[in-house]
Write a protein that binds this ligand. Structure first.
Ligand code: FES
Length: 339
């Protein structure tokens, strides 16, 4: 069960390969124009993954005026991912798909004089428009951009032209690393930092941020829920309330598998940010790979709840469910809904 976005049919108007693994898509609504959005916003797309409709979220890139009336996203092809990127890469110009209205859980603060942006890999996508907006407003902005190799530096040329030395890249294949602690220390007190990248980068930023005594509210995260601590493999999930015993394949999220089995779970962002899909863990044989940025580190260590949209398990997990069949109206749910 999803939150309630407005949906529209969009056509693939253009594609551009930015790197060997990152493809940009311009999506043009079939009727009317794109709905107004601000940097940090994302679209949900309905995709055919493994023969079933599944939802994936992609950040909008740049500024609306750059593609008047349309949307622009960029998708990194992940052969061991949840299948959404492969579905996107199979689309050709002229194909249609269904997109939500833009949603924004990662809104930029326009009041700050100084802002630090930190991107890991494809996490650059929401930060491009943020950097453009801040420069346009005359604010000071510094963008740290880490990738594995030079070929993955999508949008770097335009960002270099925009930001000059305020763009700092770190290519791990060349032994380069971002010095997050130093960069955060150089940020004026009260200035915000926006981070979009894999879980490890978010953890590092959070650690450096709190070690310097900065307010947690000034550090904003977005992730793409693809990377975790543990290998991505199939696992078993049991939902006794529904009599469900499901094997979640490597290419599918727990949330998608639950929905396909008729277990309703409230969801929204589907990338580990909003917390709507949090479910209670009743039993665990194995290990949970928490890949969200919603639960606290303490909650993750406790393993009593997990975000079904991105987190995975090595082994077997037993869950409670938020929604009960109509035949069991008097039973009390132990499911944690976070609003
Ligand atoms: S749907 Fe938002 S955290 Fe899972």
């Amino acid at each position: 069960m999803k939150s309630n976005p407005t949906w529209q049919t969009v056509r693939v108007a253009a594609t551009t390969d930015l790197t060997p693994t990152v493809r940009e898509f311009v999506l043009q609504p079939v009727e009317g124009a794109a709905i107004a959005w601000a940097p940090g916003a994302h679209l949900q797309l309905r995709l055919n993954v493994a023969g079933r409709e599944q939802h994936r979220s992609y950040s909008l890139v740049g500024l609306p005026a750059e593609v008047p009336g349309a949307y622009r996203i960029a998708v990194k092809r992940l052969d061991d991912g949840r299948g959404g990127s492969k579905a996107m890469w199979s689309l050709a110009v002229g194909d249609t798909l269904t997109a939500s209205a833009p949603q924004n859980h990662f809104a930029l603060s326009l009041d700050a004089i100084d802002t630090l942006l930190v991107a890991g890999g494809i996490g650059i996508t929401p930060l491009v428009g943020m950097a453009q907006t801040l420069v346009r407003l005359g604010r000071r902005v510094r963008l740290l951009y880490a990738v594995r190799n030079d070929a993955e530096l999508a949008y770097a040329e335009g960002l270099r032209a925009l930001l000059g030395d305020a763009l700092v890249t770190a290519v791990s294949a060349r032994g380069e690393r971002l010095d997050l602690a130093r960069e955060i220390a150089a940020l004026p007190a009260g200035a915000p930092c926006f981070v979009c990248g894999p879980a490890g980068m978010l953890d590092a930023a959070r650690g450096a941020w709190s070690a310097q005594g900065r307010a947690a509210a000034d550090l904003r995260f977005e992730t793409f829920g693809s990377g975790g601590r543990l290998p991505t493999g199939s696992f078993v999930v049991r939902v006794p309330r529904h009599g469900a015993d499901i094997t979640v394949p490597a290419g599918e999220s727990l949330l998608d598998a639950l929905e396909a089995a008729g277990v309703e779970v409230v969801s929204d962002c589907r990338r580990g940010e909003c917390g709507l899909c949090v479910v209670d863990v009743l039993a665990l044989e194995g290990e949970i790979d928490h890949r969200d940025v919603f639960l606290s580190e303490h909650e993750k260590r406790e393993n009593r709840r997990l975000c079904a949209c991105v987190s995975r398990v090595v082994g077997c997990v037993t869950l409670d469910s938020a929604y009960r069949p109509d035949t069991e109206p008097d039973r009390t749910s132990g499911f944690a809904l976070v609003s």
